[in-house]
Structures are given as structure tokens and as C-alpha cells.
Design a protein around this ligand. Sequence first.
Ligand SMILES: NC(=O)C1=CN([C@@H]2O[C@H](COP(=O)(O)OP(=O)(O)OC[C@H]3O[C@@H](n4cnc5c(N)ncnc54)[C@H](O)[C@@H]3O)[C@@H](O)[C@H]2O)C=CC1
Ligand SMILES: CC(=O)C(=O)O
Ligand SMILES: [Mg+2]
Length: 371
Amino acid sequence: MRVGTVKEIKNHEYRVGLTPESVRELVAHGHEVWVETGAGSGIGASDEDYRAAGGTIKPTAAEIFAECEMVVKVKEPQAVERAQLRKGQILYTYLHLAPDPEQTADLVRSGVTAIAYETVTGVDNSLPLLKPMSQVAGRMSIQAGATALEKANGGRGVLLGGVPGVLPAKVVVIGGGVVGFNAAQMAVGLGADVTILDRDPGVLERLDSHFEGRARTLYSGRAALAAEVAEADLVIGAVLVPGAAAPKLVTRDMLKTMKPGAVLVDVAIDQGGCFETSKATTHAEPTYVVDGIVHYCVANMPGAVARTSTYALNNVTLPHALRIADMGWKAALKANPHLAAGLNVHEGQITYEAVAGDLGYDYVPTESLLG
Ligand SMILES: NC(=O)C1=CN([C@@H]2O[C@H](COP(=O)(O)OP(=O)(O)OC[C@H]3O[C@@H](n4cnc5c(N)ncnc54)[C@H](O)[C@@H]3O)[C@@H](O)[C@H]2O)C=CC1
Ligand SMILES: CC(=O)C(=O)O
Ligand SMILES: [Mg+2]
């Protein structure tokens, strides 16, 4: 198969779909790999590195979209990229369609076969292609929150760990999955006073046993959530209902109960965000203020630590990329139900139930397409 990867064009997105090492693996499997010039510059990989791995450098993304059977990316295709997608082509990348009707309509129109990293499943119903980026974003959320809490950045001027004689900041993490666990680890490490809310008793049990009192766990009911948010210096939004738009757990009214200069970091923004007042921001302008509360809502947080993130991402995306390239998408999905869970759009049909439900499309089960 001819596989291609392009330079990411989302604001301050420095990751790349394929590392030179991944290109070498695809080439070893007998595939041809086209790489847009400069695609790896954000991770310190030169065109020469890709050539040495057996890749072919192309001067423009247009050639890659026009000629490659599969395009491997990181972020959801931007409008100019979507205009170049076509029927018979496979797009393998993050999509986050449920909160993004425009992108969904363009993918439907294009006829492309789009496999979303974030809905590919693992044996224990985990999301293994989302996990490494959630680890990165969870860890970064505390750095981002700590910076936003600085007075010069609009925050209330609080140091997460406090100092001897002054209490630490109160960090509230909503959602105790991969993002939430990693955020809590960092916040605990810095000496903050950490509470994690979730609705899954198994998750609460695992967190309680892991942190052994260094972080508290709390069932995420409305009253408990409202009380915790009112007391917090920093709130991390880390909930996920796979594939679906995030539930709005912190309402605008709740902001009025918060301490002026407190900070909300909405990691769940890529699924639409779990705070009513969240809107996606970029690394160029990551924060804004509503009712005195600082919001950080960057939808591609891992893009800022592109090298760590790209290698972590390729570790989990490459095995499926090889399967798709070796077998073709249909046979690969038929042979692997976890990969099949990644198919969101095929030839104008929505094949992911939560996306169809949230955006009002008919749902066509993937199994019905695999024959
Ligand atoms: N902004 C960014 O750059 C990035 C964003 N993300 C996003 O972060 C979000 C979280 O991802 P993961 O941690 O991997 O998901 P996960 O599935 O590991 O964890 C989500 C947790 O939310 C909990 N939850 C669901 N509804 C809840 C509610 N009403 N109250 C409390 N908890 C609730 C679930 O029980 C689960 O434990 C996703 O939207 C993901 O796409 C991930 C990586 C990067
Ligand atoms: C998961 C995701 O959206 C990201 O890594 O940017
Ligand atoms: Mg994202």
C-alpha cells in the first residue's frame, strides 16, 4: 500500500503521524511511504532521517492526499485537508467527531474511510490509542494549571504545594481515568491537596488503593461536585463517555461560587468540554477569563511536547497501521474487532453510534459493512 504522512497544520501542533522508525517498519513490510517535506521537524526528525528509513519526501501535502491510499496523521483534518480527502482513501488519525458537526459533514461528503484513534478499543474496554496522549495531557494539565494560577497570568496567586506554614492549593480532578490519574499523580507529587471525583466505583476503588490517602476519592454526584468546585483553586476536567460529547458538569452558575482567580483546565475539550463555559483554545492563546475564573482549554495539549508525544503515539498506532496496510482496511477490521471500533465514517455513512446519535445521522453498524 502507498501510505503517506503530512505536516500537521493545527495551531502549534508539532507532532507527526509517523516517526522515521515507523516508516522503516512499514517499508520493511513492503509498503511505500510518502512524507511531506518538514513533516518531522517538530520532533527533530529531518527529511534525511525519513529518506534513510526508506521514505520518499514530497514537497506538498497535496500530492500525498492525491496519491496515497492511507494518510496517517495526528490531529483531526483541518478544512483545507478535508477538502482533499476522497472515496477509496483511508484516514487514520484522531477525529473527535461528536462535538464537531462541520468536520463530520466534510468527512461524510468526502467519501473517505476514517478510522479514529480515540475509539479503537483494547481487551479490557480501554482506549489504547488515546491512552498515551491522555497520560501526557493529564501530566501537563497540572503544569498548565500551576502556570495559570500565577497572578501575572490572571490566577489567584497560589502555589500548588504551598510552603511550610501555608496550606497547599486544593486541586479537584473530575474523572479518574487516564487523564485524571496522571493529573492526580503530578498534583500529589507537588504537594497539593487533591480530590478525585468519578462515578465508577471500580475506578474510585483503584485510585483509593493507589494513592493510600495522598489523594481523596469522592463519588461524583451533583452536590459533591458543586461543593468541591466551590472550594477549589484548580479544577481539572477529565471525564469521558467514549466517542460522545462530554457532559457539562460545571455550569456557568457554579463559577459564581468559586474563588476569584481559580483555574479550570478542561482536558475533555476535544470532546466538547465538561464545563459549560469552555471553548477550545490554542497553545498560542491558551487561557481566557469568564466571571473571574481562568479557563485553559487547549484541545491538542500533547502537541506542545511533540517528541515525547509522537513516540508514545507511534508505539500504539503503528501495529494497527501495519495491519491496515498489510491486509487492507476491510480485512484488517474484520480480523480485529478492537480496530473495527475505530471506524467512524465510511463512504458517507456514520459507523460510530455515539457520533451518529449526538449529531443526528443514521447509524450504520461497522459489522454490516464488513460482509
Ligand atoms: N485536550 C487534550 O489535548 C487531550 C484531551 N484528552 C481527552 O481527555 C478526556 C479524558 O480521557 P481519558 O482520561 O483517557 O478517559 P478515560 O475513559 O480513561 O477516563 C474518563 C473517566 O471519566 C469518568 N466519568 C464519566 N462521566 C463522569 C461524570 N459524570 N463524573 C465523573 N466522572 C465521570 C469515567 O468513569 C472515567 O473513569 C477525553 O475527552 C480525551 O479525549 C486526551 C488527551 C489529550
Ligand atoms: C487526544 C488528542 O486529541 C490529542 O492528543 O490531541
Ligand atoms: Mg485533542
